[in-house]
Design a protein. Structure first.
Length: 269
């Protein structure tokens, strides 16, 4: 190994013994490591490597790193900081989905509220449906009951109502017939006519062509007068038991000047 000689200026700044050590490293005393050990061992016993560990007077406090991204990539379990309105700060692993507790509570409340709203709407809908069905059935029952009481051909009773007269022409009546003032015809109440309808075409009404016998007691004539008429029209202003006659038929039962009077009538089979 070659000897490295220091420059002359450097040799003037160091003692001769030191220069010898530098120029001849093999001659450096082997006591240097022992001195380090001796110096290290001069410290307090509890600070030495082999001495007993001194117990701290302060208890160990749990500590979580608030900056988990500083732990380094070698960390086996990376954590993420999460803010919770109910629990404050907490740390959860990155591989687990971290959702704020407040958001979860709000979502849960919204879901419960939505469920209550849907259930309430369904309840109202079902209640309205039940009420509608009940009302419909009631009205249907009433219509059937009232239909039995209406003066229809199925009812064989004798009815009493007002009789009036009208001019049937020119033109066609509700049944599609063209008649005049001298014809033995009549118009029944729209209530009775509509109750007997089978479709929207009034010409198809079963009452069209049916015959009615009317009887009236006339004191001036000293007895009853009767006529038979055919249903050809629908009277809008008549009550259920009223009959509207042609002028010829009305004057057979009463004077034209009377205009309105009472008579009894029944359907003819």
């Amino acid at each position: 190994m070659a000897n490295h000689q220091l420059p002359e200026q450097a040799t003037q700044q160091f003692p001769q013994s030191t220069l010898q050590d530098i120029n001849h490293p093999s001659q450096v005393p082997a006591q240097a490591p022992q001195q380090d050990s001796q110096v290290f061992s001069q410290g307090p016993e509890w600070e030495t490597r082999d001495g007993p560990h001194k117990k701290s007077k302060f208890p160990k406090l749990p500590f979580s790193n608030p900056f988990p991204h500083h732990e380094g990539p070698e960390s086996a379990e990376r954590k993420r900081h999460v803010w919770s309105l109910s629990k404050g700060f907490k740390f959860v692993p990155e591989d687990k989905e971290a959702t704020p507790a407040a958001g979860q509570a709000a979502t849960s409340r919204w879901q419960r509220k939505s469920t209550r709203i849907i259930v309430g709407v369904l309840f109202v809908f079902i209640l309205a449906l039940i009420i509608g069905l009940a009302v419909g059935l009631t009205e249907k029952g009433k219509s059937k009951s009232s239909a039995k009481n209406l003066p229809l051909p199925s009812n064989t009773a004798t009815f009493t109502g007002d009789i009036t007269y009208y001019s049937p022409g020119p033109g066609y009546g509700a049944c599609g017939f063209e008649n005049g003032d001298q014809d033995a015809i009549c118009a029944v109440s729209h209530i009775v006519f509509d109750a007997a309808a089978i479709d929207s075409n009034p010409n198809h009404n079963p009452l069209c062509g049916k015959k009615i016998r009317l009887t009236r007691f006339d004191s001036s004539r000293g007895g009853n007068s009767s006529i038979d008429v055919t249903v050809v029209d629908r009277c809008v202003g008549c009550k259920a038991t009223d009959i509207d006659l042609s002028i010829k038929m009305f004057t057979t039962l009463a004077d034209e000047a009377v205009g309105r009077t009472t008579a009894s009538w029944a359907w003819l089979n």
